[in-house]
Design a protein around this ligand. Structure first.
Ligand SMILES: C[S@@+](CC[C@H](N)C(=O)[O-])C[C@H]1O[C@@H](n2cnc3c(N)ncnc32)[C@H](O)[C@@H]1O
Length: 223
């Protein structure tokens, strides 16, 4: 995307009511919506997060399907989620928001048990050992998710990366005795894959599918 186009999207994001872009300082001092997302949405419907949402395909698709739930896409790249924010406005989806922040800061953005469910869609697998701390399902991230999730809240991980799938499933969850509800290494060949897992395809996912890659899916909850 050209820098002119990006700038146009950044400027448009500033005018969107469904886009929130705090500075790091605003986020880490007293972020106005932490623990108060019900006031943002003007209802106390359960909230689902899409972390590393990119253009926000899951946020939008689930919001269309579940008007009585709220959905927040989180990403550091505003020019990407501009697409989802614009679609939500065009379609009058009032149960959608996009938050521009680092996923590392989720505990500053959301109160304890404020979130009902999390989707992590095609995160960078961060394969190199030195990058472990940036891997979005490492124990530090999982502990943050646990704090903001309701007890028993589901986490969904959809990825083309066998490494990420195996690391999360075998490396962490099984060892910790966590509750794995669904796990499959190639969901489009699975006859009983949950509908929303095979119905919605993200921007990155479409590229991986074109390359003939298998798509993995994990649904779990933390004890
Ligand atoms: C590979 S892309 C996937 C995007 C989208 N979910 C999809 O499937 O098309 C990963 C996304 O995560 C975002 N991201 C990576 N690390 C992040 C972090 N620490 N905080 C916020 N966003 C992050 C990137 O900006 C990017 O949009």
């Amino acid at each position: 995307m050209g820098s002119k186009n990006k700038l146009k999207r950044f400027n448009e994001n500033e005018t969107f009511d469904n886009v929130i872009q705090p500075t790091r300082e605003e986020m880490t001092t007293a972020f106005e919506w932490k623990g108060k997302w019900a006031a943002f949405f003007k209802n106390d419907n359960p909230i689902t997060l899409e972390l590393g949402c990119g253009k926000g395909e899951y946020t939008i698709d689930l919001a269309r399907k579940y008007p009585n739930r709220n959905f927040i896409g989180v990403d550091i790249k505003g020019a990407r989620f501009w697409r989802g924010a614009k679609t939500a406005i065009e379609e009058g989806l009032t149960n959608v928001a996009f938050l521009r922040t680092q996923i590392e800061l989720v505990e500053y953005a959301f109160g304890k048990h404020e979130i009902d469910e999390i989707w992590i869609t095609f995160p960078d697998p961060q394969i190199k050992y030195k990058r472990t701390k940036h891997r979005m399902t490492n124990p530090e991230f999982l502990s943050k998710y646990k704090n903001i999730l309701v007890e028993g809240g589901f986490i969904n991980l959809k990825t083309d990366s066998e490494f990420m799938h195996g690391y999360t499933l075998g490396g962490l969850l099984q060892g910790l005795g966590e509750d794995i509800v669904f796990a499959h290494h190639d969901i489009y060949t699975h006859t009983e894959a949950p509908e929303e897992v095979v119905r919605t395809q993200t921007f990155y996912e479409k590229q991986y599918l074109e390359q003939g890659k298998a798509i993995t899916y994990l649904k779990f909850r933390l004890r």
